[in-house]
Design a binder for this molecule. Structure first.
Ligand code: WT7
Length: 663
């Protein structure tokens, strides 16, 4: 249990729970043994797990290879070469063939208390087949892209699986993204179909998904890309009569899908065939379409789910992420399905109608594993503990967090109040690009450390580098990189392999560059310290500074914008924007609002700046580069830590900016 300094916010110390995982990895020694093998013989190690799945054609013995060094040719990762399989078959038909067809698969909980739906594996498979048949009827073929822009209803993971069944490539766009973002993504992957809903329910609000899709279609058309078919699921938040309609393009889900046959042949695909694309932000340019493979991703999603959450068939597991993010792909849809678990799909907001909702859901479904983001924990921690204590949480066994560093205070609250000091917390570090958890505790195998992701998962070879790319050893701090491929690694960036190589493999030749800073202690445990690039992590969502800056600068009054992150009690990091205005524009509340609106419209509400700071000029070097380091300090009100400003083209600008703070 917690040591004498328990509850102290700054102390990260090990926490042991007496927990015997069903995975059989119960000690650091068990882990070390398996880990060594995974690094020395990745092909053999992963093949042992891959055998649990159905492969229409087996992989070659020597199936794994990769190159992380551009100087040696094309950067690539290949796993299960020669093998052919299908994700949807392995998630559904395989369990049905094993007699688990009548077991629950999705436990859907609606936004409003009292609305729910239970689907068993067979029902999900039948619906997947019907939807796949309809997709085929409108011309979707293996390799085609399909965009999914839906609320968190069962039909969302069903749509993902329907694509997978056909070998079509899904790209889920989170429902909080704007029309511009949706349009850009559809055009980039040339989506054949968009699957959406009339609307979505989030707490007391209605998200007009169809209306946003209409606007996205207009915007895409202006850019020369035609969205030809839109499948619309009628959602009670926006009834049929209230939904705008374009004859010839729009089709009601409820009218066409139920009429389709519930059997649909599986399209067997090569292991390296792309399963999905997921757009994510970086420090520069437009969002990148991260491409994931079928075979490697499947095996890694399943094996990490099993070990990290100690997940067994039939377990009730709840991941609060939306399917629009990678966490929803790997740990709400694919991982739990592959493991034959029951996955809770929650439509609403975790604090609606009260901060007790999460724990009421845990009690209602007897959730065993609960996986969420630090931002939610901090938000719930801010309320009275009675909201937690009022529900029975005795079913909980493993708690997990992901998306951003978790501060030890929130960790300890999660551990003691939510988990009653019984449940190990798995603080899982990974990224959209890694596809699956990379550095993470295994429940009960070794003590958890508040705020630390602890040790690398099997097959993951982390290193800490200095800024010249030299490997650092022992207890130290540096830039986190990975020097060996893993099965669910990003394969390429859609349509731009060069950008893929430049973003991830050019900074340090021979290594995958994560963009994160990291500390390693004497016991070999890793603690992520945050991004070292210009990416801001807002409530666990990655926001690219360049994208926010471009959205601000597109406003007629704005000459230039510079965006940095700042510490935020709930969100982890908030967005702080400095803007310069064209002559003749007065800085006012109205302009501030308008600038924020422009970000909401172009990216989405979650990327809206928290602070707009007027800066008649921005601090730049003589070569014209904005010195964000200085802007970060001003945002943090650390004026005495600005450091050397003499290299600025105009050092006097800094004082001017400081004086305008809070205006
Ligand atoms: C970035 C990736 C992976 C799913 C959700 C986010 C940060 C992620 C942790 C963690 C500290 C974390 C990193 C990473 N991050 N997990 N456990 N501790 N930081 O996926 O949007 O691709 O963002 O999230 O900075 O690079 P993503």
């Amino acid at each position: 249990m917690l040591g004498p300094k328990q509850g102290h916010p700054d102390v990260a110390q090990p926490v042991s729970v007496d927990y015997r995982a069903r995975t059989g990895v119960n000690s650091r020694e068990d882990y070390e043994r398996l880990y060594r093998r995974s690094i020395q013989d990745p092909a053999g190690f992963w093949a042992d797990f891959a055998r649990e799945f159905h492969w229409e054609r087996p992989w070659r013995r020597d199936h794994a290879r990769w190159n992380f060094d551009r100087r040696r040719g094309r950067v690539e990762t290949v796993f299960f070469e020669g093998g052919r399989t299908n994700m949807a078959y392995n998630c559904l038909d395989r369990h049905i063939a094993a007699g688990r067809g009548q077991q629950p698969c999705f436990l859907w909980e609606g936004n409003d208390i009292g609305t729910d739906r239970r689907m068993v594996f067979e029902e999900v498979r039948d619906e997947v087949c019907r939807l796949a048949n309809w997709l085929k009827s409108v011309g979707v073929r293996k390799g085609d892209a399909v965009a999914i822009y839906m609320p968190m209803v069962c039909e969302l993971p069903i749509a993902m699986l329907a694509c997978a069944r056909l070998g079509a490539v899904h790209t889920v766009v989170f429902g909080g993204f704007s029309a511009e973002s949706l349009a850009q993504r559809c055009a980039d992957c040339r989506a054949k179909v968009v699957i959406t809903a009339s609307g979505g329910a989030r707490a007391t609000k209605v998200v007009p998904l169809k209306q946003i899709t209409d606007r996205a279609a207009e915007l895409a058309a202006k850019d020369g890309f035609q969205i030809e078919t839109v499948l619309v699921l009628e959602h009670p938040s926006v009834p049929k009569g209230k939904c705008s309609w374009t004859e010839g393009r729009d089709v009601w889900y409820q009218e066409v899908v139920p009429r389709q046959s519930s059997s649909c042949a599986v399209e067997w695909v090569d292991s390296e065939h792309p399963l999905f694309l997921l757009y994510t932000s970086g420090s520069t340019g437009k969002p990148k379409g991260v491409v994931h493979s079928t075979g490697g991703y499947m095996v890694a999603a399943a094996v990490t789910t099993k070990f990290v959450f100690d997940l067994q068939p039939g377990d009730v597991y709840w991941c609060t992420a939306d399917c629009g993010w990678i966490t929803g792909h790997s740990y709400l849809a694919y991982g739990p399905l592959l493991c034959g678990a029951r996955s809770v799909v929650y439509e609403g907001v975790p604090s609606h109608p009260t901060p007790a909702r999460c724990w009421q859901i845990v009690e209602k479904y007897k959730v065993r594993q609960f996986y969420t983001a630090p931002t939610l924990i901090r938000a719930l921690e801010a309320h009275d503990d009675k909201f937690v204590l009022g529900s029975d949480r005795s079913s909980l066994r493993v708690l997990g967090t992901v998306g951003e560093p978790i501060n030890p205070r929130a960790w300890i609250w999660f551990f003691q109040v939510v988990g009653e000091g019984r449940c190990p917390i798995v603080d899982t570090w990974w990224q959209t690009e890694t596809g699956a958890a990379m550095i993470t505790p295994l429940p009960g195998a070794w003590p958890c450390v508040p705020g630390s992701a602890t040790l690398p998962f099997f097959g993951v070879a982390p290193v800490l580098l200095d800024d010249k790319g030299k490997e650092l050893h022992g207890a130290t701090e540096g830039i986190l990189a990975l020097k060996q491929a893993w099965p669910s690694a990003i394969r390429t960036v859609k349509g731009d392999h060069r950008r893929f190589e430049e973003t991830y493999f050019a900074t340090f030749p021979g290594y995958y560059f994560t963009g994160d800073g990291c500390r390693r202690d004497a016991a070999g445990c890793y603690t992520i310290t945050g991004r070292v690039d210009d990416v801001i992590n807002v409530s666990g969502h990655r926001v690219g500074t360049a994208e926010v800056e471009a959205a601000l600068a597109s406003h007629g009054a704005c000459t230039e914008a510079a965006v940095v992150g700042f510490d935020h009690d709930i969100k982890g990091q908030g967005i702080y924007a400095y803007v310069s205005l064209h002559d003749g524009n007065e800085f006012s509340e109205a302009i501030k609002k308008d600038l924020v609106k422009s970000v909401r419209e172009q990216i989405g509400a979650f990327a809206a700046p928290d602070v707009i700071h007027w800066a008649p000029g921005l601090p730049k070097t003589r070569s014209g580069k904005i010195m964000r380091r200085i802007l970060r300090k001003i945002a943090a009100k650390k004026d005495d830590e600005l450091g050397d400003i003499s290299t600025l083209a105009d050092p006097a600008i800094v004082q001017g900016i400081i004086e305008l703070r809070g205006k």
